[in-house]
Design a protein around this ligand. Structure first.
Ligand SMILES: [Zn+2]
Ligand SMILES: [Zn+2]
Length: 1359
């Protein structure tokens, strides 16, 4: 030290101090690691060399000054304390640095340049072959305190082992994958400039003369040599590098391949020798190298092919580019003494093992080559190209997704991921990379994908800081390996992960569980599509070495899976758009639309519905993911973080008929589901003042419009991504029932307690099993990963540790899942239990800590104990978080519709008034039970059914109304009042009779907002209740035919038509609320599409809008008033207690393929009436036209319209639009009977046999008089007015001609009056007089059948 400091006597005190520190640092940190190659230097010499280097480096700006602001930093200090990225450049002035920052930030405006740190770094470069670990080929910077990974742009082999000063470097800390991250893993160095040697080594610059290419062969000769294996042969090859493939790690052994080229000849070299792995960093495509000491090996994994392998005697020399052309040496063989190690690499476990890289899962076998894919899935071929560009963004480093030059996607997932140095702003060079065009709609159209044959090199480090990547994508590449996913599928998965994170985290899914959900989503979609992943096994040697090249990226299918995962809010906006784009007003009109007046026209466009299937959506089928919830309203909803959509849900019944019923299972609430099959319903409400159909294209006549969109689904079609607690235990029970049905029966006999306990044990066992399995799978994955892809610079030991970390992570994840599940279970009640929130928070943070300390084991134990206590009601200590509660089982008898009523119940300080409510009449079965914790939907226990059954009225008010969609008559539920042990809470109270009047009503029970309801599913205990049928539900025909004494009826039927009735008042600017508040609707309900129908009038003014009232759906209408019209027709009307329930969803695809109505004889029809059918095909002969009226009608007031004006005298009508109307009645007979058939506008021209020009001419000729009515008198047609009218004569001529009186086939519907069979009609028969010769007969004849013709099929087109 003294002698060292003697050199600097003239320096200032500050400088001397700095120098002194430097000396100590060099002596303590650098000197001890010097290898023998540096010769004998003293710490003093080293320090002096260092000072010379430093001074020369900074010298340009201020001569012989020391960079006093710089501090020497050791490797361990750097990785321990530097937590943010930084850069250090000894040679820059401040101005230079500022310019550097400006340039960097200009290139990528959204990023900031690395901050500058004044740190001096010295050390030795090592090749990763430290004595204490096996070689991994990673370059490191080493000093006495530790090592750190480093990335170099083009290192020279000569740098290894020398003490050097790093003048310019970036340090990038890595995101911590785990707590016990090794110090070395915490970050890495990017060495920007050449390191400056501190010893006077003469070889730091390349000396071409020193290259010894004697006895070396070119690629072409070498290729010939390897055809014949000679023992002990060592080859020295030179050539141009045409490919440097990624380092792989199989079963803990690392290796990599490179390919040399000479002209058109190429030759692969395999580097398995640990001490040569560091070569990989030195090689770059296009450079020339000479490699010595290679032996010929046969690769077992690569059928019958030989390659050159590096040996421990091998050395690598980088050649200047020009050198190869000059070589003229004749190649000779470099014969060593034959060594004893085997020349066949095949016996080497890692390499012979290469075919076992295929996935061990059974799926693989099933994924064999399937049938030909559909055209859209037909594979395309990718092209191998080279590319050089700047990384502009990192989409997900863990998933290996980047963007180059802002426009080209880069996917690295098919290579072992190399994460170091790939930061925004880095320049990279790619060779033999696959170019794919539009493999996925979610990423850039142009994608570059690297495979095991691609070379990727960073050619310039980024100057920008980069954000820390999310580690939750890390499992994605391993899923790619496991399922052998195609690139489209992988990109779809990555997209879904990102989307799930945006849409569900953190409210429903934890960040670390996103991958699990995405994986299940992939399984849902890929199994529903053909196959899963790709077929075939991967052979990595083939992929790397075989010519021509073939790998999983050679072929790709465009956008598979084809479905598109949209957020709930996107789905809603898709529907809102489609709602109006798919609307064609003219198509809403009946066939006679052109003759409708304003009063008829506008109601028929007032409401319409558009239905479309999610799977038919363009350009791709839609897929929804969300949580089912019961919000405070009366509908079920599917929700994610972007929004919510109302669902009309049905279930498939328990019986095998496959029929649907209204959804009743509350276990669905809180389930995270994937929805692939659903119908989008778009109801349109339009208020308009169209004068006639000609104005339909003028939007100015629309005074108001809005839409209501929602989806319809069958719960059985949903795929559960994450079940609610109730659903989880339900599924578990179902599974165990199917696997061990008999056993369970006996178990049940043994008594409820044992059953309960056994089941809980089963649950725990199964859970444990699941966990084990998952862990095993995970372990397999880790092994697989180790075998197939190398962690870049990891050694075996690190990998073991990593695996441990993964397992730990998995355990933690499992714990998280359990917590999540608990949270989900309680999700439904969460909002009400605000007072417990803080307590829960405390508890969950406590749990977190426990979890982190002890993993899942403790959690599982705790679960077990909880279950134990559950089975011991009334005893045992409750764990924190379990609330005692009471329950009662009920069977719902009937439910009233939800409506705004004045219940007079002012709870929670609210004002009494209109509140949303509904009531349910239910039988409470058995005694009220006490529980230590919520029993949820666990099977009904015998003790719960002991005791008397009493009927109560349950009143659901305000937020309790949310249970409405899932409470159905005939279903069993467990009603739970939490946080109490007082049974009186669940006992209904009788309404107090006033002033001596006794009320004979059921006691009523107000359902509080925090009460919970769990559906009890079959099989229930054998009780007399299990077959309990509540109200008598009739069919439409029964309602039509039942005696008139019945007042309130319940029936079900299919909606065939829905019409919004004209509203009396029209506000000038109606809002959505106005339109729906006064809504009055007429539904036509029938049994089958062409069966008998019943009109149902709904007054929706007092009820919240009911979704699902669309044609095709089956509805259950309970408590509707049956009424008779003036002419004796039956119709129904809603009353305040009426309730509408959607029972089954219509099929949207059957509308187009209606079968024609049945052929029917008139005589048969007359006798049977509507019991036969309502719509039928009639083949008969037109006897005569009984009546014909043609009229131009004012479309506004309905008066006759002549000569361009309306004829209404008082008040005068100034309408300018008229519509042509026509009506005719003809007598038709078919031999079995006679019918009077009415024809209206669109079919009259057909009846009269007039072509369109004639028909239009007739309309024009009527313009003047506006109106003509003719009828039959005797054998001729007469008119109200003059008989000489030419138009009358023309019509009379037409009507009596054979063009009209001809055989025809008609489609007719029965008039309502003819519905009742003639035999049962009393008033109908009339006397008729016949004359035969001179005799006259009088007979009682039923009136002819009254029909309306909807369509004329000419004789020739009837078949
Ligand atoms: Zn490839
Ligand atoms: Zn008028």
């Amino acid at each position: 030290m003294e002698s060292f400091m003697d050199n600097f006597r003239e320096r200032s005190e500050v400088e001397r101090e700095w120098l002194q520190e430097l000396f100590v640092f060099v002596r303590d940190n650098l000197y001890p690691v010097l290898g023998p190659s540096t010769g004998s230097v003293s710490p003093e010499q080293l320090s002096l060399a260092m000072i010379r280097r430093v001074e020369r480096a900074v010298g340009s700006s201020c001569a012989r000054s020391l960079p006093l602001s710089y501090r020497l930093i050791s490797v361990s200090e750097l990785v321990t304390w530097q937590r943010t990225p930084c850069c250090s450049n000894l040679t820059w002035s401040t101005a230079q640095h500022r310019e550097w920052v400006r340039e960097a930030e200009q290139a990528l405006p959204n990023h900031e340049a690395l901050p500058r740190a004044n740190l001096l770094l010295i050390g030795c470069l090592s090749d990763g072959c430290d004595p204490e670990r096996s070689c991994d080929g990673a370059w490191r910077v080493r000093d006495a305190t530790g090592t750190v990974h480093c990335e170099l742009l083009s290192p020279s082999p000569l740098w290894l082992g020398l003490p050097v000063l790093f003048p310019c470097w970036n340090y990038i800390p890595q995101p911590a994958p785990g707590k016990d991250q090794e110090v070395e893993e915490r970050g890495y160095l990017e060495l920007v400039g050449c390191p400056l040697p501190l010893t006077s080594d003469p070889e730091m610059t390349f000396n071409p003369a020193g290259v010894n290419l004697k006895r070396s062969v070119g690629v072409r000769e070498a290729a010939g040599l390897i055809q014949h294996r000679v023992r002990g042969l060592r080859v020295k090859v030179y050539g141009e590098v045409s490919g440097v493939y990624p380092r792989l790690n199989i079963a803990g052994k690392s290796f990599f391949c490179l390919r040399l080229r000479e002209g058109r000849h190429t030759l692969p070299l395999l580097v398995t020798e640990p001490c040569c792995l560091w070569w990989q960093q030195c090689l770059c495509v296009g450079g020339s190298v000479c490699v010595s000491g290679l032996r010929v090996c046969a690769l077992q994994g690569w059928s019958g092919n030989r390659v050159l392998c590096a040996t421990s005697q091998s050395s690598l020399t980088l050649l200047p580019d020009t050198l190869i052309q000059d070589l003229s040496d004749t190649p000779t063989l470099d014969m060593h003494t034959p060594d004893l190690d085997t020349d066949t690499v095949g016996s080497d476990p890692p390499l012979s093992d290469c075919s076992s890289t295929e996935c061990p899962l059974p799926e693989r076998e099933r994924q064999g080559a399937g049938p030909d894919p559909s055209p859209s899935l037909r594979p395309r071929l990718s092209k191998a190209i080279s590319y050089k560009g700047v990384l502009t963004s990192v989409l997900s480093a863990a998933a290996g997704l980047y963007v180059i030059d802002g426009k080209v996607g880069l996917c690295l997932a098919y290579q072992p991921l190399q994460r170091r140095g790939l930061r925004p702003g880095a320049e990279i060079e790619l060779h033999d990379v696959h170019f794919l065009y539009r493999p996925s709609p979610h990423f850039h159209p142009s994608m570059l994908c690297v495979c095991l044959r691609s070379s990727l090199r960073v050619t310039s480090f980024s100057r920008l800081g980069s954000e820390v990547d999310r580690p939750s994508d890390a499992p994605l590449p391993s899923l790619l390996l496991e399922r052998n996913l195609g690139v489209s599928q992988y990109l779809w998965l990555c997209h879904c992960c990102r989307a799930l994170r945006d849409r569900l985290v953190p409210r429903w899914v934890k960040e670390e569980r996103v991958y699990v959900v995405a994986r299940r989503l992939l399984e849902c979609v890929v199994t529903s599509e053909k196959g899963g992943g790709r077929g075939g096994r991967r052979d990595i040697y083939r992929e790397m070495l075989q010519e021509p090249h073939h790998c999983p990226l050679t072929e790709y299918s465009v956008s598979s899976p084809v479905c598109e995962y949209v957020s709930v809010s996107d789905c809603v906006s898709v529907m809102e758009n489609e709602c109006w784009t798919s609307l064609s007003l003219a198509s809403l009109l009946p066939a006679s639309g052109s003759s409708l007046t304003r009063a008829e026209l506008n109601p028929s466009v007032a409401w319409s519905v558009g239905l479309s299937l999610g799977q038919d959506s363009q350009p791709r089928p839609l897929l929804l993911v969300g949580v089912l919830e019961l919000p405070g309203t009366h509908t079920l909803r599917l929700r994610d973080q972007t929004g919510a959509v109302t669902c009309v849900a049905v279930e498939t019944g328990d019986d095998d008929s496959g029929g649907q019923r209204a959804a009743n299972n509350t276990a669905w609430i809180g389930c995270l589901v994937c929805v692939q099959r659903f119908t989008m319903v778009m109801e349109r409400f339009l208020q308009s003042e169209f004068p006639s159909y000609r104005h339909l294209d003028q939007d100015s006549y629309i005074t108001h419009r809005h839409c209501r969109v929602y989806i319809q689904l069958c719960l059985n079609d949903l795929q559960i991504l994450s079940p609610s607690a109730a659903m989880a235990s339900l599924l578990l029970r179902e599974n165990s029932r199917t696997t061990q049905g008999g056993e369970r029966e006996t178990e049940r006999d043994r008594g409820e307690m044992r059953e309960k306990r056994g089941e809980e044990r089963e649950e725990t066992r199964e859970k444990g099993g699941e966990e084990r399995e998952e862990r095993r799978e995970k372990g397999g994955e880790a092994r697989e990963e180790r075998r197939e892809k190398g962690g870049e610079e990891r050694e075996e030991r690190e990998e073991r540790r990593e695996k441990g970390g993964e397992a730990r992570e998995e355990r933690r994840e499992k714990g998280g899942e359990e917590r999540e599940e608990r949270r989900e279970k309680e999700g439904e009640e969460r909002e009400e239990r605000t007072d417990y929130v803080s307590e829960r928070k405390k508890r969950s943070s406590e749990e977190d800590r426990i979890e982190e300390r002890e993993g899942g084991a403790k959690r599982a134990r705790q679960n077990h104990t909880e279950n134990e206590t559950c089975s011991k009601p009334g005893g045992g200590a409750s764990l924190p978080g379990d609330w005692p509660c009471i329950s009662v089982v009920m069977c719902v008898e009937g439910k009233e519709g939800v409506a705004w009523r004045n219940e007079g119940i002012a709870c929670e300080g609210e004002e009494a008034g209109l509140s949303l409510c509904f009531s349910v009449r239910a039988d409470l079965i058995g005694q009220i039970q006490r529980w230590e914790r919520d029993p949820r939907n666990c099977p009904l226990q015998e003790r719960e059914t002991d005791g008397q059954t009493r009927t109560v009225e349950l009143l659901f008010v305000r937020s309790s109304v949310r249970w409405f969609p899932l409470i159905q008559a005939g279903s069993f539920y467990r009603l739970i009042a939490p946080n109490t042990q007082d049974p009186s809470v669940l006992i209904g109270c009788r309404v107090a009779g006033r002033s001596g009047v006794e009320l004979h009503t059921n006691p009523s029970l107000l359902v509080r907002s925090d009460w919970r309801i769990h559906t009890l599913t079959h099989p229930l205990l054998t009780t007399p209740y299990s077959q309990s049928i509540s109200q008598k539900v009739m069919s439409v025909a029964e309602v039509l035919d039942c005696s008139s004494g019945v007042d309130l009826v319940s029936f079900h039927g299919v909606i065939s038509q829905r019409i919004t009735l004209q509203r009396g008042t029209t506000t000038h600017t109606p809002t959505q609320r106005d339109v729906e508040a006064g809504l009055s609707v007429r539904l036509t309900v029938c049994v089958e599409p062409r069966g008998r129908s019943l009109q149902v009038y709904l007054d929706l003014s007092r009820t919240p809008y009911p979704p699902g009232l669309v044609p095709g759906n089956t509805v259950l209408l309970t408590s509707f008033q049956r009424r008779l019209s003036r002419v004796g027709g039956v119709y129904c009307r809603s009353v305040p207690v009426s309730c509408l329930t959607i029972m089954a969803l219509g099929k949207t695809d059957t509308q187009s393929c209606d079968s024609p109505p049945p052929m029917i004889l008139l005589g048969v029809w007359a006798l049977a009436g509507a019991e036969q059918c309502v719509v039928g095909r009639v083949r008969g002969h037109v006897v005569c036209v009984l009546y014909l009226q043609l009229q131009w009608t004012c479309s506004l007031c309905g008066s006759i319209y002549t000569q361009e004006r309306c004829t209404r005298p008082q008040p005068p009508c100034n309408s300018t639009s008229a519509v042509f109307q026509a009506e005719a009645k003809a007598a038709v007979e078919d031999g079995s009977g006679e019918a009077h058939i009415w024809f209206s506008c669109p079919v009259i021209s057909g009846l009269l046999g007039l072509a369109m020009p004639q028909w239009e001419g007739l309309q024009r000729s009527l313009r003047v008089r506006g109106h003509l009515r003719v009828y039959t008198r005797g054998r001729s047609l007469v008119c109200d007015v003059e008989a000489e009218d030419p138009l009358l004569q023309y019509l009379s001529c037409v009507c009596s001609s054979s063009t009209v009186c001809r055989p025809l086939t008609l489609i007719c519907t029965l008039h309502t009056r003819s519905h009742t069979p003639a035999a049962r009609r009393e008033d109908s028969a009339q006397l008729k007089r016949f004359t035969r010769g001179d005799r006259e007969f009088v007979t009682r004849m039923p009136p002819p059948l009254q029909l309306t013709c909807t369509h004329i099929l000419e004789e020739r087109e009837r078949d």
